[in-house]
Write a protein that binds this ligand. Structure first.
Ligand code: IYR
Length: 219
């Protein structure tokens, strides 16, 4: 069934458009992935607003194939840390090829995932690969793309709200279904760790590629 409503689009002057794009670029340039968090509490309504913002993302056939689990509970965070560190220990002590570990050197990562307990919130993003309707399996469309876009908006919303984030992907992540009681049609996508940075937090001294390297223009 097709049903349309009028688009609510407000025109703005070209100059204002340009300035908005510039201001947004400046904001995004300041986003940094942080690995040392303060335990300072964050208003859960801020987190909820950011998750709601993410939920307005486009998705294949508007299936909205995502579920966000917001974890502030200390015991659950501890369970996640223990399970994640178990996987990470294997990763760092054998599963990862030498070349991968070499690529990770600049970031100083290791099997210690203290942030999973320190940060006030872990937002665990699940990808709903399919749904069961009246006993029939119905696949969702472009779930990776859809959830990826929603997660990008989530990270952007948290950054815009002046919180810092870490996108964490312990691998494999199946333990998250068990700990968070999510059904098997949902696959853990990643964990967005969110909070304030630790006092004097440091970040790797890295740069982004130049525009010419990441974009090509045909006019
Ligand atoms: N999941 C591991 C390893 C890791 C992999 C990549 I690619 C990173 O950009 C960062 C870490 C960990 O969290 O340590």
């Amino acid at each position: 069934m097709k049903s349309f409503v009028k688009l609510n689009y407000v025109k703005i002057p070209a100059k204002e458009m340009f300035e908005k794009s510039e201001a947004f670029e400046r904001l995004m340039k300041k986003r940094r992935t942080v690995r040392t968090f303060s335990d300072k509490p964050v208003n859960i309504d801020v987190i909820k607003n950011c998750v709601r913002a993410a939920s307005y993302a486009p998705s294949g056939a508007n299936k909205q194939p995502w579920h966000f689990v917001i974890v502030g509970n200390k015991e659950i965070k501890k369970k996640i840390r223990i399970a994640a560190e178990k996987e990470e220990r294997e990763f760092y002590s054998g599963r990862a090829p030498e070349s991968w570990l070499k690529d990770l050197e600049p970031f100083g990562t290791n099997e210690n995932k203290e942030f999973l307990e320190t940060a006030p919130y872990l937002i665990v993003v699940f990808e709903e690969k399919y749904k069961t309707l009246n006993g029939k399996v119905v696949k969702n469309y472009y779930t990776k793309e859809s959830v990826g876009i929603a997660t990008g908006i989530l990270i952007t919303a948290l950054h815009f709200s002046n919180l810092v984030t870490l996108t964490h992907t312990p691998s494999p992540m199946n333990f998250l279904n068990e700990i968070l009681n999510r059904p098997s049609n949902e696959k853990p996508f990643l964990i967005v760790v969110a909070g304030y940075p630790a006092t004097n937090a440091e970040v790797p001294d890295i740069t982004k590629k130049e525009f010419n390297e990441i974009a090509t223009i045909f006019v």
